[in-house]
Design a protein around this ligand. Structure first.
Ligand SMILES: Cc1cc2nc3c(=O)[nH]c(=O)nc-3n(C[C@H](O)[C@H](O)[C@H](O)COP(=O)(O)OP(=O)(O)OC[C@H]3O[C@@H](n4cnc5c(N)ncnc54)[C@H](O)[C@@H]3O)c2cc1C
Length: 401
């Protein structure tokens, strides 16, 4: 049986390798990096994603590394008062059959990878960067370049799945639609042991502070011992680089933070002041997916950020990559008589509307979260009057079968 080729071993690629090998399909996953990234920050996963992790036999491993917050609290960044509180614990699990968790991206990746590497149907290669592909009578042949030795090798498989992230080369080979667009928004992220902070800044819940042209998200990871802090701002000087490490004393960050935090309440100011080291992500985006042909054509399909990059304002990028992996594996294993092209097309047909909805909602949130003036007053009033109902999203957390 010809392996299914997966280019890119992030969250989506590794989840797909696991979902397929569990069903008896061999895969060859090829990752550009020398090793799998030990970087990243915290992520939140809703029941739509944790349900799949549970099905893949990862609930015990998840319990070892995730945190299960009780509440989401949304506050006004300027005056500090709470606008709305939403239960994330038992109610959520009872309603949707799986928990809401927060965890370190590295821990999530590790638990997926450990489950994959135990399976003899999985071949994993690193330092292999996707270059190009050609259809053959039997399937597809794909050229990968070893970044260090510069040696090119051709790998044969049944189909190719591009899970190579927001700057996907597979996407360019398939759709040729150029790089994603800059949004002017920058995410500054930091992860630190809670014990390094004064006790009053510790947190066991998910907190979001909304302010004009900025918002901050704070939640615990690693069983509550570490704190993840994300400050997203509309930057004065959008950095050229996509992801880099930065010290609080640097000029860029100083100017950005000064402008963004002006007028913010003490709690927000104090937390930011207490953190020295940040990593910074330039946020890029694409228009929402319009039709299935943007997700799969012939013997190539895209999943995760390669397929549908989204702003992190709904905390669903990794969740959608996990859902993609589930649906693609179901379509692939479903009907033996279907051609590989039909199976990939079925995946795209099943996914395109849902991922487009999540992309659009994430973009809308970027306007609502950062609102100023009248829109901000209307937002705050609605949150206070309608309460958790306004931020209830059963369509999202119930997931896709
Ligand atoms: C500030 C911020 C906060 C976020 N918070 C959340 C959250 O709370 N919840 C959530 O669900 N999501 C969140 N996300 C989004 C989430 O991190 C991404 O959507 C998710 O990691 C995408 O997974 P992926 O597998 O598609 O891509 P990635 O994880 O980026 O993996 C892509 C992989 O492909 C490899 N690669 C690249 N090019 C090639 C090539 N040519 N050949 C071979 N390999 C290649 C890369 O090295 C990488 O390993 C957040 C993102 C940001 C920026």
């Amino acid at each position: 049986m010809s392996p299914l080729l997966i280019a890119g071993g992030g969250i989506g690629g590794m989840a797909l390798a696991l979902a397929l090998t569990r069903q008896g399909q061999s895969v060859h996953l090829l990752e550009r990096g020398l090793e799998f990234s030990q970087e990243g920050a915290g992520i939140q996963l809703g029941p739509n994603a944790t349900r799949r992790l549970n099905e893949w036999g990862l609930s015990d491993a998840l319990r070892q590394c995730a945190t299960y917050p009780d509440e989401l609290q949304i506050h006004c960044a300027q005056y500090g008062h709470t606008l709305v509180t939403k239960n994330l614990s038992h109610q959520m699990e009872q309603r949707f059959g799986a928990p809401y968790v927060t965890l370190h991206r590295v821990d999530l990746h590790k638990l997926l990878m450990q489950a994959v590497t135990g399976n003899e149907l999985a071949t994993i290669s690193t330092q292999q960067s996707f270059q190009s592909s050609r259809n053959t009578d039997e399937g597809i042949e794909v050229d990968f370049l070893n970044a260090q030795s510069q040696v090119k090798q051709t790998i044969h498989g049944s189909v190719l799945i591009g899970s190579d992230g927001v700057r996907s080369d597979v996407r360019q080979a398939l759709l040729g639609d150029g790089p994603p667009t800059d949004t002017g928004h920058v995410a500054y992220r930091s992860l630190l042991p809670q014990k390094m902070l004064p006790k009053r800044l510790h947190s066991s819940n998910v907190h979001v502070w909304l302010g004009p042209r900025m918002h901050m998200v704070v939640y615990p990871v690693r069983g509550g011992e570490w704190l993840n802090v994300v400050l997203i701002i509309e930057s004065l000087q959008v950095p050229a680089s996509y992801d880099w490490s930065i010290n609080r004393q640097s000029d860029v960050i100083y100017q950005d933070f000064k402008a963004a935090l002006k007028g913010c309440c003490n709690r927000v100011q104090e937390l930011v002041r207490n953190i020295e080291q940040w990593r910074s992500w330039k946020l890029v985006n694409r228009p929402a997916v319009q039709n299935p042909l943007q997700l799969a054509r012939g013997k190539i399909a895209l999943i995760g950020d390669a397929a549908h990059p989204m702003l992190p304002y709904l905390a669903q990028g990794a969740g959608m990559a996990i859902e993609d992996a589930h649906v693609l594996s179901q379509c692939w294993m479903n009907v033996d008589t279907q051609s590989p092209e039909t199976k990939l097309h079925n995946y795209a047909k099943q996914r395109h509307k849902r991922v487009a909805r999540v992309q659009k909602k994430s973009s809308q949130n970027s306007v609502i979260f950062h609102a100023d003036g009248l829109l901000r007053h209307a937002r705050d009033l609605s949150l206070r009057l309608l309460g958790p109902q306004l931020i209830d999203m059963p369509w999202l957390y119930a997931g896709q079968d």
